[in-house]
Design a protein around this ligand. Structure first.
Ligand SMILES: *Cc1c(COP(=O)(O)O)cnc(C)c1O
Length: 398
């Protein structure tokens, strides 16, 4: 599924002579041009290379440490190529396939296996492939790592801490992470086996509160003091937000400033600092073009949905920004609130919205659902025979 890039249904772009570099995708000036060139029947995934590169630049120049891209947010090879060519060199991977994928696209990438619970095969494969950074949150996982690497003496171990998800729209607490006393024990046990020992945490995805990072760093201070062992690195995880309708976060610079201050206050300024943004690097740089197959009153039946790239729109009722590509959306012409249904026969395949679109929208119209570059395109399945097989680069975003 990772490498399923196919351009089968895309005529060679006529307006641009070339494929986009570096993404390697067919390039169009606008989504209108991409739709005009398309003779397939499915939704189309759009990437905006310049938007992704700009997000990378924001992190590379502003985040006070190493920037790791959390590959699960969007593992499309084009996304990896865009980030690499923007200067990003570190990748947070979780599985054998993610390791192989990143190494096939960027052989010199520095990989961090930050999943706290890995299969033995994954650990062995990662180590054989040169991965020297691994996360863990319990003694049993430490034993697995030492077994599968023959107690290697060049491991960087990152102890994953449980921290609250209070400020996050997508809480991640409750699955991974050592509690205080466990973490103290684990830091002490792991210390002799690590060339570098660090801690990592995740404050929850789409974290709307800059202070969540400061609180987590204060907690790391208490923990390091209680353990009485030296730590070499602090990984602030992901969680950096983007703006969705009804969810407008503080500026990214405020997150970086808060983290920078908290690092200094807690005496971590000289340690190696890491961050693992996923959503913030690629959400705004991707969207889905979906076609209306039928209208029933204020319900639109589309060729993409919960089992495509609209999982969060359906299951979490997120209101992604939408615009009708094929008709003007303006108050003068009339607008209306719609509910949207995906193409599968499952009744969970519904996006309640409401989504504001032109009142006269109808069969054959195309809708661009924006900000799906993270956890949208990446979650799409081929359930019921519906899937998007076409990804294009669009150079100008509306
Ligand atoms: C998912 C994940 C990330 C990325 O989180 P975002 O909220 O997308 O920034 C980073 N680190 C780990 C360990 C993750 O599981």
């Amino acid at each position: 599924m990772f490498n399923s890039v196919s351009h089968a249904h895309l005529a060679q772009p006529t307006t641009l002579p070339d494929f986009d570099r570096p993404s390697g995708l067919p390039a169009f000036n606008s989504v209108e041009e991409a739709i005009a060139a398309y003779d397939g029947d499915d939704a189309i995934h759009v990437l905006y290379p310049q938007v992704i590169a700009a997000a990378a630049e924001t992190f590379l120049s502003g985040f006070p440490g190493k920037v790791l891209y959390a590959v699960k947010a969007n593992p499309h090879p084009a996304v990896l190529r865009i980030l690499w060519s923007a200067g990003l060199r570190h990748f947070d991977v979780a599985s054998i396939r993610e390791i192989d994928l990143v190494q096939s696209v960027a052989p010199d990438a520095d990989l961090f296996l930050m999943h706290p619970i890995k299969s033995r095969k994954t650990i062995a494969h990662a180590y054989a492939q040169g991965v020297r950074h691994m996360a863990l949150d319990c003694q049993a996982e430490l034993a697995k790592i030492l077994d599968e690497t023959q107690s290697a003496d060049d491991l960087n171990l990152h102890i994953r801490l449980a921290v609250p998800s209070d400020g996050a729209a997508m809480p991640l607490a409750g699955k991974f992470g050592a509690e205080f006393n466990e973490a103290v024990d684990l830091l002490r046990t792991a210390r002799p086996f690590a060339v570098k020992l660090g801690v990592c945490f995740h404050v929850g995805s789409q974290c709307m509160d800059t202070e969540a990072y400061a609180r987590a760093l204060g907690y790391v201070r208490q923990l390091a003091d209680a353990a009485g062992v030296s730590i070499d690195s602090v990984d602030c995880g992901g969680g950096f937000p983007v703006a969705y309708p009804g969810m407008v976060p503080p500026a990214m610079g405020d997150y970086f400033a808060t983290i920078r201050e908290a690092l200094a206050e807690n005496g971590f300024a000289d340690l190696e600092i890491l961050g693992e943004p996923g959503r913030a690097l690629c959400a705004e740089g991707g969207s889905t073009l979906t076609r209306v197959e039928l209208r029933k009153g204020s319900d639109l039946y589309l060729n993409d949905g919960s089992y495509g790239s609209l999982f969060d729109a359906a299951q979490c009722s997120w209101k992604f920004p939408v615009r009708c590509v094929s008709r003007p959306t303006s108050e003068d012409q009339g607008i209306q609130a719609f509910r949207m249904f995906g193409p599968t026969c499952d009744s969970l395949d519904v996006m309640e919205g409401p989504f504001t679109l032109p009142a006269d929208i109808d069969e054959g119209d195309w809708i661009e659902v924006q900000h799906l570059g993270a956890y949208g395109q990446a979650l799409a399945t081929d359930f019921n025979g519906f899937q998007s097989e076409s990804t294009v680069a669009v150079m100008n975003r509306v």
